[in-house]
Each structure stands twice: as structure tokens, then as C-alpha cells.
Design a protein around this ligand. Structure first.
Ligand SMILES: NC(=O)c1ccc[n+]([C@@H]2O[C@H](COP(=O)([O-])OP(=O)(O)OC[C@H]3O[C@@H](n4cnc5c(N)ncnc54)[C@H](O)[C@@H]3O)[C@@H](O)[C@H]2O)c1
Length: 351
């Protein structure tokens, strides 16, 4: 069989974008051909690191580069929708960083633009590609939990407000605080492993107890939450508790936890210790005894998000993290924020 041609990829935004560039550079089916960042120092350093000659400080110039077939958008959140739409309209397959957009309305515009362009759009929900996440999905789909009727998912950080005073903590540029930044990963993970049940009602609360007290300008330019929590009800009877913080008196530096409770068993997916080592615990009962099985090593997935994106382009397949999945999470985030703002439950329909 003829070997598929390599897909020519580019990355816009070279903070997290360097991770995308690393994975494209390591993917035999991709060729990293261009980079873009308004920050010339970052651009120069990345161009040197990856040996890329085509470099742009202006997004419009990259959009016009016809050599570029696929692009990762790793810009601040407020640029996700306009730049993804611009890239799709320029005929480029587009992968967008999380969160998909500032809100569900923008996300739906992106979904429409992708459909109209006929190009592939993928959400960078990279948590799904981690070995333990894929194991969790297998467990959830195996039937060994019985019917899952309750879930908890969240990411609490003890002291880690990103870029205080910058775009992350400015609502007009980020869309929100830890809920849209960290919660998005854990909500997507839970819903992905549960097969995207339809949400019908959402209640949320947000707090900003630490960010506004940061020293100097950082505190003045802090208008997002530093902790959010909420509760989502689904049409199939499932309910889910959600929590996310950048700063809170939790025990560990990072607490990333998703628990599924079924009527035949339970499963917990979480980081172990302070960092990013993942573990899965399985709970069940046998002969009246409560059994806990801890799994710490997992088969390595064949693809990461970037190689998956490239392979889907080559094969003309839909990626496993679609625009619809992005819209789905944005609707829940919007509802959590709206409920926090109004003090009321928000009803959802038509997901
Ligand atoms: N999936 C993950 O695990 C993960 C991790 C970190 C960040 N992110 C996401 O990645 C995105 C970027 O976050 P970050 O931490 O890299 O932020 P960052 O501020 O470090 O990087 C953003 C880059 O975009 C560039 N930029 C901004 N406006 C530009 C413009 N108009 N034209 C060209 N370049 C421009 C900046 O110069 C900067 O280098 C965010 O949406 C964030 O949520 C995802």
C-alpha cells in the first residue's frame, strides 16, 4: 500500500504550543514547517529548537502560507474562536487548545466554521491521551461498575494562580478562572468516559478569596474566581459534582480526581502525591468483603493528541475529541458560571 504523504503542520502561540511542536516534530507522519508568535524572543527560541525556517509574528501571514495544511492554535483563550475560524476558512485543519472558546456561543460558531470548511477540527483535550485516562475509559465501558449513577470530578490546586495579573486572570481574555482553565480537563474526562450523557440542570458557585489580594497590580487585575464548584444533573439520572481551584487550602499541591460510583463497583482516577503520576483504584465487593485494587502502570497509548490529529487528517477520519465535545463542555461551563452569577439553577436542553 502506498505510504501517505507527511502532513505539513504549524503552531500558533509558543507557550503550551511548544508541547504541540515537540509532538509534531516527533511524529513521522508530520512535518513541522512553520511557527507563529507575536513575541519575537519566544519565536526565535522555538525556531532554533525545532529547526523551523518559516516564522511569523503575525497570524494573518501564517494564514496565507499555503504550505501549512494543519495548525495548532495555542493562544490565550479569547483568541481561540477568531483564530480557529480564520484558519479553517484559510483551508487548514485546525486543532484548538482547551477551553474551546470563551463561551458556548463562540464554540458553536467554530463548529459551524469547521463543518462549512470541510476541514478537520479537533479539541486538544490531551488528558484523554494519558495512559491512565484510557484505562479509566476501558473500565467505565467494561460494565464492571454496573450503572454509574454518581460522579465527582475536579482539579484543586493549593497555590498556583497562573500568570497573575496577565491574561489568565483577566476575564475578558480568559473567560474565567480555574473552572474554565483546569475544570475543563476533568469535566471533559468524566463525560468522555461516561459516553457524553445529556446534561439537563446545573448549579454552581464561584469564589475569589486569594487572587484579588495578590500584591500590587496582579491583585488589581484579577477579576476571575479562584475556586468554583458545582453540581450537574443528566437526563439519564446521573449526577456529577465538579470542583476546580487555583488557590485553596487543600492538602496537596495538585489534586486531580475523578471518581465514578456504580451499583456494582467504583473507580477513582487521580494523581498520586504532588505531581503528575497517575493511578487508578478499583472498588468492588466480593463475598461481603470490600476490595480495593490499585493500578499504577498502564499500557502506553499508540498516539498522542498531535499524532492522532495528523493520522485523522491522513485517513479522513473524525478525531476522538470533536468540536461537538468542545461545545458540550462549554455549555456546562457557561451554565456553572451563570448559576454562580444568578444564584439559580440553570436548565439546559438540546445538547
Ligand atoms: N492542554 C493543556 O494541558 C494546556 C496547558 C497549558 C495551557 N493550555 C492552553 O494553551 C493556551 C495558551 O496558554 P499558555 O499557557 O501557553 O499561555 P502563554 O501566555 O504562555 O502563551 C501564549 C502565547 O501566545 C502568544 N500570542 C498572544 N497573542 C498573540 C497574537 N495576537 N499573535 C501571535 N501570538 C500571540 C504570546 O506571545 C504567547 O507566547 C491557553 O488556551 C491555555 O488554556 C493548555
Amino acid at each position: 500500500m502506498a505510504k501517505s504523504r507527511r502532513i505539513r503542520a504549524a503552531v500558533i502561540g509558543l507557550g503550551m504550543g511548544r508541547y504541540h511542536a515537540t509532538n509534531y516534530a516527533a511524529c513521522p507522519e508530520a512535518e513541522l514547517v512553520a511557527l507563529c508568535d507575536a513575541d519575537e524572543d519566544r519565536l526565535r527560541a522555538a525556531a532554533k529548537q525545532f529547526g523551523v525556517k518559516r516564522v511569523y509574528t503575525r497570524i494573518d501571514d501564517l494564514a496565507e502560507d499555503r504550505r501549512v495544511e494543519a495548525v495548532s492554535v495555542a493562544l490565550p483563550n479569547f483568541l481561540h474562536a477568531p483564530v480557529s475560524i480564520q484558519m479553517l476558512e484559510a483551508g487548514k485543519h485546525t486543532m484548538c487548545e482547551k477551553p474551546m472558546a470563551m463561551n458556548a456561543r463562540e464554540a458553536e460558531e467554530m463548529e459551524r466554521a469547521a463543518r462549512k470548511s470541510g476541514r478537520l477540527f479537533m479539541m486538544h483535550f490531551n488528558t484523554r491521551f494519558a495512559p491512565a485516562s484510557q484505562y479509566l475509559k476501558k473500565v467505565a465501558e467494561s460494565g464492571r461498575l454496573g450503572e454509574v449513577y454518581y460522579a465527582k470530578t475536579g482539579w484543586l490546586r493549593r497555590a498556583g494562580i497562573p500568570g497573575a495579573g496577565g491574561w489568565f486572570t483577566t476575564r475578558a481574555k480568559s473567560g474565567g478562572g480555574p473552572l474554565i482553565d483546569l475544570g475543563v480537563h476533568r469535566i471533559d474526562l468524566a463525560l468522555w468516559v461516561l459516553g457524553h450523557p445529556r446534561p439537563v440542570a446545573v448549579t454552581g458557585m464561584t469564589y475569589a478569596r486569594f487572587g484579588p489580594k495578590l500584591p500590587g497590580q496582579a491583585g488589581d487585575r484579577y477579576d476571575v474566581e479562584d475556586l468554583a464548584c458545582g453540581f450537574v444533573r443528566f437526563a439519564n439520572g446521573l449526577s456529577m459534582q465538579v470542583e476546580a481551584s487555583w488557590a485553596s487550602f487543600c492538602e496537596r499541591r495538585e489534586e486531580m480526581v475523578t471518581v465514578l460510583y456504580g451499583d456494582r463497583g467504583g473507580v477513582e482516577h487521580s494523581n498520586m502525591g504532588e505531581g503528575y503520576d497517575w493511578g487508578v483504584k478499583l472498588f468492588r465487593s466480593e463475598g461481603g468483603r470490600h476490595l480495593v485494587e490499585q493500578v499504577k502502570s498502564f499500557p502506553a497509548p499508540k498516539e498522542n493528541a498531535q499524532s492522532h490529529f495528523i493520522h485523522c487528517i491522513q485517513k479522513g477520519r473524525q478525531p476522538m475529541a470533536t468540536a461537538r465535545h468542545g461545545v458540550y463542555v462549554m455549555k456546562i461551563l457557561d451554565a456553572l458560571y451563570e448559576s454562580a452569577r444568578t444564584g439559580r439553577e440553570v436548565r439546559l436542553d438540546g445538547n
